[in-house]
Design a protein around this ligand. Sequence first.
Ligand SMILES: Cc1cc2nc3c(=O)[nH]c(=O)nc-3n(C[C@H](O)[C@H](O)[C@H](O)COP(=O)(O)OP(=O)(O)OC[C@H]3O[C@@H](n4cnc5c(N)ncnc54)[C@H](O)[C@@H]3O)c2cc1C
Length: 505
Amino acid sequence: MVSTNIDVIVIGSGIGGLVAGAMLAYYGKKVIICESHTIPGGAAHSFSRQGFHFDSGPSFYCGLADPHSLNPLQKVLNILGESIQTVVYDPLGHYHFPEGSLPIYGDGSSYLEAVAKFTTQGAKELKLFQDNLLRLYAGLKEVPPIALRADFWLIPILLGKYGLSLLKMLPSLGDIGGSVGQIMDKWVKDPWVRRLIDLECFLLSGLKADGTVAPEVAFMFGERSNSVIEYPIGGSGAIVNALVRGLERWGGELLLNAHVEQILIESGKVVGIRLRGDEIIEAHIVISNATIWDTYTKLLRPEDLPASFREPALATPTVESFMHLHLGIRSDGLEGLTGHHVVVLDGDVDISTPGNTCMISIPSVWDSTLAPPGHHVVHAYTLESFSGWEKDESYPQRKREKAESLFRALEKVIPDIRQRITLELIGTPLTHARFLRRYQGTYGPAIAAGKGSFPGPQTPISGLYRVGDSTMPGIGVPAVAASGVICANTLVSVDKSLALLGSRE
Ligand SMILES: Cc1cc2nc3c(=O)[nH]c(=O)nc-3n(C[C@H](O)[C@H](O)[C@H](O)COP(=O)(O)OP(=O)(O)OC[C@H]3O[C@@H](n4cnc5c(N)ncnc54)[C@H](O)[C@@H]3O)c2cc1C
């Protein structure tokens, strides 16, 4: 039985939807979140098979439990009265190139020392590049993300409360709107370091340095060195569970297995949603955590949006989808194993070519409860185009062939990996699209720096808002948490959102 008198319906329980819903519940709104799946969390959900507990997506985190971090997720959990336990570790991971492996330390000088073993001149240039980004981070750090909103009130808040801090950012203003590529071109000539910077950007945004906005990477470098690198005990699902507890603690409701078929619009205004099975829930505010493409094609009728808005929105370019490998393996003899690896298989092939750069996460090295005794859980993934994938008779064979690059990458870290497997799950872009309910299984919008910007939470329809990785500030767990905060703050009075700054922020 669904509650009545709902103020806000959130479609989807990704991190963006959960943060928006939980914050609005905290602000006193009657919130219901409808999630299509039986497990909440979207790209960040955890799932279990035969005693192995897997992350479906994210596993690189900074500042989840550190009160000094800039991570909006940490601030939100704190405000909701929740917290999560984490394991702090360093280095963040090892990047394996054909010519050798580089440990990626959070601390800037250890990072530069490791780079100097490959190129001393490159390390000097990287330092200049890094200094610029850290200066930008120092400016960004002054404005807590929990204060952000997406309406007229943002400007008086920024000027009134943070005017002096903003003045300090003046020397970095040129970098705020620019790409990482522009900063790199200014300071770095060394080709080895240029590829490293491209790789760091690609891992974050799905785009190389020339397409990635500078504040995103400034935030990453800054948090890596100023806060802590950590992994949540219980996996990414522990973050999701904490947000769900926070939502419920403040009176919000989460409906699982509740697929929304349509957002109901009357006279240009939101009036509610229709669930699969024809149940209708009424509310004057609906927040969609589905992607921009899913929201504007599957959840609305074409006539609900002006064509001049709908067409360019749907033309937003996409980052590719993924091949995934989730493995349960025997862990005997792997005592020195570390948890994160990025393998570039062929140094002569572009890092962004699907299959060439493979990400590996073995989180049971930090949290042994994720695997049965004597075993590890492994998640490996690489970009893969959605086009051409069909569930025809060649699907099982094609799936196996495409997973081969992931196995080859894993062999760089665990040479006898194939002999250790006790559970093997191969996922394709079709699996990704289906389990994450995402258009073409995309990682998110490919909005390159200088070629557009991520839209805010508002839409042309009165009462309809959006959160998640196809809204500002973009892709990644901290970013989508920020999108949830921005949307929630925009829906309440300035006094309410500003009160957070004096409380547990
Ligand atoms: C493989 C992979 C690795 C990643 N690694 C990292 C990392 O290490 N660190 C990091 O910070 N980020 C990482 N990311 C990015 C990060 O996970 C995502 O940007 C973020 O989790 C997306 O959150 P979201 O709120 O946009 O929504 P999503 O996670 O897309 O969730 C949307 C939710 O809406 C639901 N939904 C959709 N349509 C409907 C409907 N009609 N009715 C009801 N529910 C619906 C979906 O089922 C889903 O639960 C990774 C992503 C992937 C895919």
